[in-house]
Every structure is written in structure tokens, then in C-alpha cells.
Write a protein that binds this ligand. Structure first.
Ligand SMILES: Cc1cc2nc3c(=O)[nH]c(=O)nc-3n(C[C@H](O)[C@H](O)[C@H](O)COP(=O)(O)OP(=O)(O)OC[C@H]3O[C@@H](n4cnc5c(N)ncnc54)[C@H](O)[C@@H]3O)c2cc1C
Length: 354
């Protein structure tokens, strides 16, 4: 059986890694001409969900090598006010790792060396009772027994397969960047959110080599030309929007580097669909705002679960149906939790009805 995976993000690479370990025939097609050319954020928080998934799809040697690059944060979410007074502390159970996204993607890519073709943008697919053919923008096609859309929030696979599934705005924009670790002293938690008036937020999270610093606000409170601003203007804009906040926060913003803006969007949960030999994983199925820190964890959980279902063998459609039932339940539950967290802390717009 040949499995065609569209997208070499965390989910697609994790799936290919799991299938390769079991000796299944898998091929990954990625639209980017080279790995690591897009900005998607720097640090990721891995919970038990992501850690279990990664240890099941990676070789123990690769996992050990990767784990040596991670940072173990204090297992809590802390919310402070602009004077750095504590508003809320949530103690988190389980394991937690702060990791560098690029390092993880490199580790997964090394696991599937030679199985990923870059510069291949899927434009559509045709499916029959016994096979699926994927079409690419260079006119080429490839045929297999299963097609997996691991192609992220703007998934071409999902748009053709489930045209009624929608992506909605959250009303939020976040600016992501890095600060030197010493600027984040005392903020070694899984996540520290400093929340001020009008749902403005500065978020701080450590990794082994740096800390990420993000600034979030409702889109209408931010200048419309953020995407055109140089680093200095982005820092000046946020300095103005956090005027009067604690001097340590101002120092962080002065030290902020490699900043880029992101408009946050979410999927809108829909009822389960009929299972065929075309399936989805991760953001392609259930993209969510980052307010629960769950998107990457779930993309890799989906990948590990789908790999396990395909490796077990047996009739294909029932195996895919069992995978999809769990993926849809867990994925859309997380979309709802992210939207609720996002509404409470960031002023995220409510999820539209499906
Ligand atoms: C700034 C930021 C911080 C985040 N922090 C966290 C966190 O701490 N913890 C967490 O769990 N989640 C976090 N997330 C969410 C997480 O990044 C995503 O949920 C996760 O990357 C989804 O993985 P994926 O493999 O489904 O999709 P992606 O990582 O988006 O990968 C999709 C891939 O498909 C490729 N592709 C797209 N279209 C095509 C096409 N037509 N043909 C071929 N290839 C295509 C893309 O180029 C891409 O490589 C964060 C997100 C952001 C933006």
C-alpha cells in the first residue's frame, strides 16, 4: 500500500516517520521549495500528547538526540497584570517540554530522508474505489491507495473534500519574536501571560536558548500596516500600546528581535463526514487559535494514531473511520477549548455556528 502525504509540516513528517519505521511505502509532497523557509513561530510547548506521539513515531536514538535540545519549564500557566502582580496560576499536570520548532522539524525530516519532495504544490485530487491520484501545479500526478491532507489551515485537500468546512477569523493579531533568556528571568513557566486593558497581552515562554515574546491584541486596536513595518517600528508600536506597564516589560520589548505579525484564525467544528481513502490530520482538519497550545500536539497525535491504524492493517476504510472518529472528537474539542481560552484571555471572537 502506498500512502501519499500532502504537507511536510510537523504532522505530515510525523506520519511519514511512523509509517517508515514500520516499512510502509510513504511519499510526502511539500509546496515550499526548501525546508524551513516560512515563519511559523519559534518555540512550541509539548504536552504528554505531543511527547507520546513523537516517541511512538521517532527512533529512540533520534528522540534522545532531540530531547537533549529541549527545555523543561515550570509546569504552570501564570497570568500577571501590567504591574506584574499575579492574577492567576494554573498548575498543569503531566510532562511539559519547550522546544524549538525548527529543531523538531529538522529531526523529523532526518527520520524520513529521501521520502519528501519539495516544490510540489497540490492543486487537487481524483479518487476511485481502489486508489487516489494527486495533481500538482507542475502538471505531474502521483497515485496511491491513501491520500492524507496534512497541508495545514489552508488545506487544498480539505477545500476539495469538505467544501462546507470553514475557517473563521478570531479578531486577533499576534506579533511573535524572540528575547534573550536573561530578559525573561523569573518567567520560566510553560507560559506567562501579562494581560492589560483591552485584551492586550504580552506572552513569554522560555526555550533552552532564548525565550519567545509575543504581543497580542484585537485587530481593531492595531495599525493596519503591521505587515509592512520594520522591526524598529513594530517595537515602537508595542512600546506605545504597553505604555505605563512595568519597566521589565518595557525592557523585554526593547530587546525584542525577529518579530513578525500573524492573523489568528480557527476552523469551525463540523459533524463527522463519510470516510473514504482521503483523510486529514492536524490543522487541515481542526486548526485552532494558539490559546490552548494544542495545535501541534494534536497534529502529531493524529499522525501517530493514523500511522498505528495503517500499520495494524486489516480492511482500510474501517481503520480510517476509527482514526477519524477520534481525530474529529479530540480535534474539535480542542478547537472549542482554544476559543474559550482565547475569549477569556485575549478577546477572541466566539466560534461561528458550524
Ligand atoms: C506562532 C504560533 C505558535 C504556536 N504554538 C504552539 C504550541 O506551543 N503548541 C502547540 O501544540 N501548537 C502551537 N501552534 C500551532 C501549531 O503550530 C500548528 O497547529 C501545527 O503546526 C499544525 O501542524 P500541521 O502539520 O497540521 O500543519 P503545518 O505545520 O501548517 O504544515 C502544513 C504543511 O503543508 C504544506 N502545504 C500547504 N499547502 C500545500 C499544498 N497545496 N501542497 C503541498 N504542501 C502544502 C505547508 O507548506 C506546510 O509545510 C502554534 C502556532 C503558531 C502560528
Amino acid at each position: 500500500m502506498r500512502v501519499i502525504v500532502i504537507g511536510a509540516g510537523l504532522g505530515g513528517l510525523a506520519l511519514a516517520s511512523g509509517l517508515r519505521r514500520a516499512g510502509l511505502d510513504v511519499a510526502v509532497y511539500e509546496r515550499d521549495p526548501r525546508p524551513l523557509i516560512r515563519r511559523q513561530g519559534y518555540r512550541l510547548h509539548l504536552s504528554d500528547v505531543g511527547i507520546d506521539a513523537l516517541t511512538s513515531v521517532m527512533t529512540p536514538e533520534r528522540w534522545a538526540e532531540f530531547q537533549a535540545t529541549t527545555y523543561t519549564p515550570e509546569p504552570r500557566f501564570v497570568r500577571l497584570d501590567p504591574a506584574l502582580e499575579v492574577l492567576e496560576i494554573l498548575e498543569l499536570g503531566g510532562r511539559h517540554l519547550s522546544i524549538d520548532r525548527r529543531t523538531l522539524r529538522e529531526a523529523l525530516k532526518a527520520e524520513v530522508a529521501g521520502m519528501v519532495t519539495f516544490g510540489k504544490r497540490l492543486t487537487g485530487f481524483e479518487s476511485w474505489a481502489d486508489r487516489v491520484t494527486a495533481r500538482f501545479d507542475d502538471g505531474s500526478t502521483v497515485t496511491g491507495e491513501v491520500l492524507v491532507g496534512a497541508d495545514g489551515i489552508n488545506s487544498v485537500v480539505r477545500r476539495q473534500y469538505l467544501p462546507h468546512a470553514r475557517i473563521a477569523g478570531t479578531g486577533l493579531i499576534q506579533l511573535y519574536g524572540k528575547i534573550p533568556s536573561e530578559q525573561a528571568e523569573g518567567m520560566g513557566n510553560v507560559f506567562t501571560a501579562i494581560t492589560g486593558p483591552g485584551h492586550r497581552m504580552v506572552g513569554v515562554a522560555p526555550t533552552r536558548d532564548y525565550a519567545t515574546c509575543s504581543f497580542g491584541a484585537r485587530a481593531e486596536d492595531l495599525p493596519p500596516d503591521l505587515h509592512l513595518m520594520c522591526q524598529e517600528r513594530l517595537r515602537a508600536t508595542v512600546t506605545e500600546l504597553t505604555d505605563g506597564w512595568h519597566p521589565l516589560i518595557q525592557k523585554m520589548i526593547a530587546a525584542w528581535r525577529e518579530i513578525f505579525p500573524l492573523t489568528l484564525r480557527t476552523s469551525v467544528p463540523i459533524p463527522p463526514w463519510k470516510t473514504t481513502r482521503v483523510t486529514l490530520l492536524g490543522d487541515a482538519a481542526h486548526a485552532m487559535s494558539p490559546a490552548a497550545g494544542a495545535g501541534a500536539n494534536l497534529a502529531m497525535r493524529d499522525a501517530a494514531a493514523l500511522a498505528a491504524a495503517l500499520i495494524r492493517g486489516g480492511p482500510l476504510i474501517p481503520a480510517l473511520r476509527a482514526y477519524e472518529q477520534e481525530m474529529i472528537d479530540l480535534g474539535f474539542a480542542a478547537v472549542r477549548i482554544s476559543a474559550a481560552n482565547g475569549a477569556r484571555v485575549l478577546g477572541q471572537a466566539p466560534l461561528p455556528a458550524g
